[in-house]
Design a protein around this ligand. Structure first.
Ligand SMILES: [Zn+2]
Length: 218
């Protein structure tokens, strides 16, 4: 009789320990946001800096390496404030992709609230960031581009001022998914088989290409 009872105890212990380990790992995966640097970069209470994957928010005013003040880009402050409203002092969980860190030591992540709100996507939906495709970290590339198309159609944020009718041609690189103005030296270097000409910036964005940092802002 005693032996039989014991047989029930063992599976019980196994089930409880599985449940408990799930609980512990969930609790461990939640992190408190301590600081918002700008629309797409935050700091956690454990002091890690997190850069959101797959998007780029406009810059806020900052100092360059040589101490020069670089003025905020349009919607830079709005993007920062939006991220602050969503995340300040909140708990988040992170989802990483293949490449875990960038060259500045920042953790590359998809950021979620405990209720499942996908922060990277929220910024795109509000037109406060544009898609920044990455060949390695591309798990949500389609999801983010779909959200951007919605924001572009509704002329939210960045897309308010980007004219659909401007006839400024840009050159896209189908490998890097970046686009350049006709004058940009990087644009001129793209191999013929990877070149894609767009008759306007709007089309390049709409097809998921992001602007070159040197030559083409939205
Ligand atoms: Zn360029």
């Amino acid at each position: 009789m005693r032996k039989k009872k014991f047989l029930y105890v063992i599976p019980g212990i196994i089930i409880l320990s599985i449940l408990f380990s799930n609980f512990v790992s969930d609790a461990k995966d939640l992190h408190t946001v301590q600081l918002i640097y700008d629309g797409d970069t935050i700091k956690l209470a454990d002091s890690r800096r997190i850069r959101f994957i797959g998007i780029n928010a406009p810059e806020i005013e900052h100092k360059s390496l040589n101490g020069k003040i670089i003025r905020a880009e349009p919607f830079g402050d709005q993007a920062k404030n939006y991220t602050k409203t969503l995340l300040n002092r909140k708990k988040v969980f992170l989802e990483l992709d293949k490449e875990k860190q960038d060259r500045y030591g920042r953790v590359l992540a998809y950021v979620f609230l405990p209720d499942g709100t996908f922060i990277n996507k929220k910024l795109i939906e509000e037109g406060l960031a544009y898609c920044l495709p990455n060949r390695t970290n591309n798990r949500y590339e389609k999801t983010l581009l779909k959200a951007q198309k919605g924001a572009m159609h509704s002329k939210k944020g960045l897309w308010k001022t980007l004219k659909k009718t401007s006839k400024q041609k840009v050159i896209g690189n189908t490998l890097s998914k970046r686009f350049h103005t006709l004058k940009c030296p990087f644009g001129k270097k793209i191999a013929a088989k990877n070149r894609k000409v767009f008759t306007q910036k709007w089309d390049a964005f709409y097809n998921g290409f992001a602007p070159c940092k040197k030559c083409a802002r939205p």
